[in-house]
Design a protein around this ligand. Structure first.
Ligand code: ATP
Ligand code: MG
Length: 586
């Protein structure tokens, strides 16, 4: 009934672990009350809550003032370190800058930036000023930027010279945009700026280092993120300051952050993982974190882990599959002895990838599940808990997660159903910007409907099946694409696989797989037959793909998710729909 045939990975007892895990799952989950966690926050006088205060100022005002909060490594090898104390001063300055521009509580200020220190400074400065911050991924072209800035009605945009040039054509269409602030990092750009724009250094130079963080309530809006666009047009999910309590708690529980850790989250702040876990979770926990501006290259990533003595690492399945492609040998050339805990999110993590972690980096990857809408981790594998490879783990304390049938009755163990969450978890999104109807449609019969399909086993472990829209109905069987993809990538020739249901007059749908092969492997009819045989052995004949097509790469979102809806649209010759987040294809 489980999706994988891999045996469980057993964990030593707590006492035998070099670092005792923060979370004792069963004990904490029993009778948990969020009040316990709220009381670990610092709060502002009068019961106000602001994420920037919890992430930065509370440490800057206390014993962590001179602790390094951010180690920044630039793409050209530059290095800058920032203490919590310095971040407090810089974010105060930026809060003064945007206040001086007339920004009020609730106004939207957007970032269109690479992973620069200024991105992080601006993010928290905006929150201190009481405004709502919206980060955009820096690889976006003009259209996705225009759509998001128009939809959100952003008044200020912080960006960089080369990105500003990329979107020059759309600026006249942004009627609510009042100011553009340009960060020319280390004067890397020599082309000169548009005189109508403001210059970061000039504005920061004039700004006072004192700022009284705006007294936002826990219910005030703080961060908005557009979703990845995997299943359709991206939605602007809006979060409140209150989300910080769950980001803090899950940083402790699921990422097991400890005071002396060096933490690296590889996600870009243009996506929710890059803010919830690339900013809020580590810093509310007072940690030192690495920010690496460069992009993915297997050797560069291992180099980062070694050089900065990273101990906790949070990454994503696509990256792990690319590391796997680069081979198991490569990581052994680096000293990864400080690394003690690794996690993954964003897509289903194939059991093969979980187990590969053990061989390659000396530990399995701990998968966890959440969404832009959920604001923070809801289901996770924890350090003290045995891993069942292919399972997303178990719900965090204080949250009820279920699998239900179409009548919203609980599905029995092992039976697929809709993955739902009881509303009211602290980091729950509070709206889809300008789309109340869509927001309301996600809440049914006392549940939040995630749009994912899953099953739960007798011991309460959750197993991802697929997006509800992607589940395939073939001759009366419901087949989750993840199961088929995972079987395919167990074959040594396969790098990645994307599986869809292709309409069929007899079976209703047949299972069709698109397969990208590892470098140097030739796509031959014999290999096609071999893969068919291979998957039939692993899966039942009804579930194994009836058609296998070799492709050079799979279409992915810029956040690295396989876009099955595009595979399907292309297969059927249908319109491709919103492709604003599609990564450029080779
Ligand atoms: P859109 O909502 O615009 O279609 P998206 O759902 O991909 O895009 P995100 O909020 O970034 O946008 O992604 C959340 C989704 O990613 C989840 O609903 C789930 O389908 C998938 N996901 C995230 N983590 C996991 C995981 N550990 N296992 C399986 N799926 C995951
Ligand atoms: Mg989604």
């Amino acid at each position: 009934m489980t999706i994988s045939s891999f045996p469980p990975i057993h964990k030593p007892s707590r006492d035998d672990m070099p670092v005792a895990p923060n979370l004792e799952y069963a004990k904490t989950r029993a009778g948990f009350d969020w009040q316990q966690m709220y009381s670990e926050l610092d709060w502002l006088p009068g019961g106000y809550l602001n994420k920037a205060h919890e992430a930065i100022d509370r440490h800057a005002n206390g014993p962590r003032r001179d602790k390094i909060a951010m180690i920044w490594e630039g793409k050209n090898g530059e290095r800058e370190d920032y203490t919590f104390g310095q971040l407090k001063t810089l974010t105060n300055k930026f809060a003064n800058v945007i206040k001086s521009l007339g920004i009020e509580t609730g106004d939207r200020v957007f970032l269109f930036m690479d992973r620069l220190p200024e991105t992080y400074i601006a993010f928290f400065g905006i929150l201190k000023a009481g405004a709502v911050v919206g980060p955009l991924f820096s690889a976006f072209g003009p259209d996705p930027v225009r759509d998001r800035l128009q939809d959100s009605g952003a008044k200020v945009l912080v960006t960089q010279p080369e990105l500003r040039r990329r979107i020059t054509g759309i600026i006249p269409e942004l009627f609510e945009l009042q100011h553009i602030i340009i960060v020319n990092k280390n004067n890397r750009d020599t082309e000169g700026r548009d005189m109508a724009d403001l210059d970061w250094d000039e504005e920061m130079g004039k700004a006072s280092t004192d700022f009284d963080t705006v007294r936002t309530s826990q219910y005030d809006y703080s961060v908005m993120h557009y979703t990845s666009g995997t299943t359709g047009k991206p939605k602007g999910a809006v979060h409140r300051h209150q989300a910080v309590v769950q980001q803090y708690a899950t940083g402790k529980w699921a990422l097991d952050l400890h005071e002396d850790d060096v933490y690296w989250c590889t996600a870009d702040p243009g996506w929710v993982t890059g803010t919830s876990y690339g900013m809020l979770a580590p810093w509310t926990n007072g940690l030192t974190q690495l920010i690496y501006e460069g992009g993915f290259r297997a050797s560069a990533w291992y180099e980062m882990l070694q050089k900065h003595k990273v101990s906790v690492w949070y990454t994503a399945p696509t990256a792990i599959r690319m590391l796997m492609k680069a081979g198991e040998e490569l990581p052994h050339r680096y000293d990864l002895s400080r690394l003690r805990y690794s996690c993954s999110v964003g897509e289903p993590l194939n059991p093969e990838a979980v187990v590969w972690g053990e061989k390659a980096i000396g530990m399995p990857f701990h998968d966890n599940w959440w969404q832009t809408e959920t604001g923070a981790i809801l289901v996770a594998n924890y350090p003290e808990m045995d891993i069942r490879p292919g399972s997303m783990g178990r719900p965090i304390p204080g949250v009820e997660v279920g699998v239900v049938d179409e009548n919203f009755d609980p599905a029995p163990p092992g039976v697929d159903g809709n993955l739902v969450v009881r509303p009211g978890w602290p980091s729950m999104f509070h709206s889809y910007w300008n789309n109340t109807e869509m927001y309301n449609s996600r809440f049914r019969k006392g549940w939040y409907v995630t749009g994912d399909s899953a099953r739960v086993d007798e011991d309460g472990y959750f197993w991802f099946v697929g997006r509800t829209d992607d589940v395939i109905n073939t001759a009366g069987h419901l087949v989750g694409p993840f199961e088929v993809e995972s079987a395919l990538i167990e074959h040594p020739a396969v790098a990645e696989a994307g599986v869809i249901g292709k309409p069929d007059p007899i079976a209703m749908e047949i299972v069709k797989a698109f397969v990208a092969l590892k470098d140097g492997v030739e796509a031959t009819p014999a290999l096609q037959r071999e893969l068919t045989r291979f998957t039939r052995q692993k899966l039942s004949a009804g579930v194994a793909p009836r058609e296998i097509e070799f492709v050079p790469t799979l279409p992915k979102t810029r956040s690295g998710k396989i876009m099955r809806r595009l595979l399907k649209a292309r297969e059927l010759g249908l319109p491709e729909g919103d492709t604003s987040t599609l990564e450029e294809e080779e």
